[in-house]
Design a protein. Structure first.
Length: 173
C-alpha cells in the first residue's frame, strides 16, 4: 500500500508539472511608450521579485498599457511579442529567443538519452505489502526508462525492476 501511495503521489506531481500554470503574480499597472525591451524586462522582474538574465542579442522596443495585470502574464505577453521565452531556475529567469531555448532543450534530451543508453542496468527487488504486486505492475512500468523492464514474482509478492540506476530509484520512491 505504501508503494501504491507513493506511485499515486508521483502521478499527481507529474500531472501538476505538465499542467500550464495560471498567472498568479502581483498585479501591476504599466504605461510605457517605445521603451527599451531590457528596461521593461527589468521592471517586470522587479515586480515579480525575481532575478533576470537577458543577453545582448535580445533587442527591441515595446509600447504597452497594462492595468491590473499579473506581472507574470505581462511578462508572457511581452516575451511572446518578440518571440522570446524564459527558463526558470529557482529565483532566476534566463530570457532567450524561443529557437535557442528549443535547441538547448533538444540537446539536453539527447544528452540524457545518450547517458541512459550507456548506463548499466540495475536489478531491484521491491517487496509489496497490503496489495497484489500484479496490480501495481502497470504503475511501475510507467516510471521506467525505454530500456527498463519490470515483472512480478507472485511467490514472494514482489516486483522485480531492471532499469538504469535513475529510473530504478524513481520506481522505489
Amino acid at each position: 500500500m505504501r508503494i501504491a501511495r507513493k506511485l499515486a503521489v508521483l502521478a499527481a506531481f507529474a500531472w501538476a508539472a505538465a499542467a500550464p500554470a495560471a498567472p498568479t503574480g502581483k498585479r501591476i499597472n504599466l504605461e510605457l511608450v517605445r521603451a527599451d525591451l531590457h528596461q521593461v524586462l527589468r521592471i517586470l522582474a522587479e515586480a515579480g521579485r525575481v532575478n533576470v538574465i537577458v543577453p545582448d542579442e535580445v533587442q527591441g522596443t515595446v509600447t504597452l498599457r497594462l492595468r491590473d495585470v499579473p506581472w507574470d502574464e505581462a511578462l508572457d505577453a511581452v516575451l511572446s511579442l518578440h518571440a522570446l521565452g524564459y527558463e526558470r531556475r529557482g529565483n532566476v529567469l534566463r530570457i532567450a529567443p524561443l529557437k535557442q531555448l528549443a535547441e538547448e532543450a533538444d540537446q539536453r534530451a539527447r544528452l540524457k538519452r545518450d547517458r541512459e543508453g550507456a548506463a548499466p542496468l540495475v536489478t531491484t527487488l521491491i517487496p509489496v505489502s497490503y496489495a497484489r504486486a500484479a496490480d501495481l505492475l502497470p504503475h511501475v512500468k510507467a516510471l521506467l526508462s525505454p530500456r527498463g523492464s519490470a515483472s512480478v514474482d507472485a511467490r514472494t509478492n514482489s516486483i522485480i525492476v531492471r532499469d538504469v540506476d535513475d529510473s530504478a530509484a524513481a520506481s522505489l520512491r
